[in-house]
Design a protein around this ligand. Structure first.
Ligand code: CU
Length: 162
């Protein structure tokens, strides 16, 4: 009985090993795919537009990250940019503020939000654990990233694009 169990166990183990021996093969295929994917990542990162990070503290804070360089401004600040695509990373961390990106005519600009084109505007009372991310193509001209309730209190940042 005991021998039978042992052999049974061994046979079972042999089967297990049979399965396990398949596993490294599968893993090696997966890791090869991962290596190819990883080798493609640096290019994807290089092609990513510069980030414009905005958040609410005591006012509106905007950091523009281009590589390792960061330009920062608070309320009523000014920032100059070259024309092109930018990733607006808008941290919606307050129930009292919102973001709106307008052009010189005061029209709300559209950006790519996921796969859709949407106006770059967030809700005042909305808070979100993840930032809203819009990819916006900035053309020559001036823009204002503002907070609607506090625009009169100069909760805005002017972006001049050359
Ligand atoms: Cu505000």
């Amino acid at each position: 009985m005991a021998d039978g169990d042992v052999w049974g166990g061994n046979r079972f183990d042999a089967g297990e090993w049979g399965n396990i021996s398949m596993t490294p093969y599968r893993v090696s295929i997966v890791s090869a795919v991962a290596v190819v994917a990883a080798s493609m990542v640096p290019q994807a990162i290089a092609a990513k537009p510069p980030q414009i990070k905005a958040s609410f503290g005591s006012g509106l804070a905007i950091d523009i990250k281009k590589g390792k360089k960061v330009a920062s401004t608070g309320n009523n600040g000014k920032i100059k940019l070259k024309r092109g695509a930018y990733r607006f990373v808008l941290a919606e961390n307050s129930q009292f503020h919102n973001y709106r990106l307008v052009n010189a005519k005061g029209r709300t600009i559209k950006g790519k939000f996921g796969k859709r084109k949407r106006k770059v505007v967030t809700g005042v009372s909305a808070t979100r654990s993840k930032p809203f991310i819009y990819t916006v193509n900035l053309k020559k001209g001036s823009y204002v990233l503002l907070c609607d309730p506090h625009f009169q209190q100069k909760m805005k940042v002017k972006i001049t694009v050359k």
